[in-house]
Design a binder for this molecule. Structure first.
Ligand SMILES: CC(C)(COP(=O)(O)OP(=O)(O)OC[C@H]1O[C@@H](n2cnc3c(N)ncnc32)[C@H](O)[C@@H]1OP(=O)(O)O)[C@@H](O)C(=O)NCCC(=O)NCCS
Length: 161
């Protein structure tokens, strides 16, 4: 049966928690991220992030709503993947997961990236205070990778959450 909540506007933030993902969460993560099922490299990245305790998910009770991976790039923090379930977008889950990555990042700066064509991700990064930090061509043909960054060390010393 379709839950009534699914039929109402989705803009209300669900009462979700963020926690480290475990192997037991893999089927739910597969459900959230359709691309993971077809892309073995993506699947390996997610599995190895779980093993290294670098994958956090947002869940509303038992329902996984999204997840974020944290890695490093040239000595700084980097988010290789952030996915929110299509049915749960625009409810603040992406923002919540990015703030979890900021809390967990042990490097002075946190970088994120997305394709130029990915306007929702660009809007999310800018709304979370990330600054544009350049672009790289030729990862995806005709769709540059845009990088953004945030100074995590500055946030810590200023006492911001
Ligand atoms: C990008 C993504 C993670 C955003 O997640 P989300 O949970 O929908 O984002 P939030 O609800 O936290 O949005 C926070 C803010 O970001 C901006 N934003 C997010 N999605 C947007 C959209 N589709 N259009 C315009 N602004 C958007 C808004 O400013 C929003 O605040 P508001 O809803 O109060 O206006 C999600 O669309 C997604 O999973 N996309 C596919 C995977 C992907 O592109 N990942 C990023 C690169 S790895």
């Amino acid at each position: 049966m379709i839950k009534f909540a699914r039929l109402s506007p989705q803009r209300v933030a669900p009462p979700c928690v963020t926690r480290l993902a475990t192997d037991a969460d893999l089927p739910a993560l597969r459900f959230v991220d359709a691309l993971m099922r077809a892309d073995r490299d993506r699947m390996h990245l997610i599995q190895s992030s779980i093993e290294k305790r670098l994958c956090w998910l947002a869940a509303d009770n038992d329902e996984v709503l999204g997840f974020i991976l944290l890695g490093d790039f040239l000595g700084q923090g980097f988010v290789p993947l952030l996915v929110v379930a299509a049915a749960d977008r625009r409810r603040g889950i992406g923002r919540r997961l990015l703030s979890e990555a900021e809390r967990q990042c042990t490097r002075p700066k946190l970088f994120v990236s997305c394709n130029r064509s990915n306007l929702p991700a660009q809007e999310l990064f800018e709304s979370c205070g990330f600054e544009a930090s350049g672009q790289v061509a030729n990862f995806d043909e005709g769709d540059d990778e845009l990088f953004y960054f945030k100074r995590i060390d500055a946030l810590r010393t200023s006492g911001e959450p």
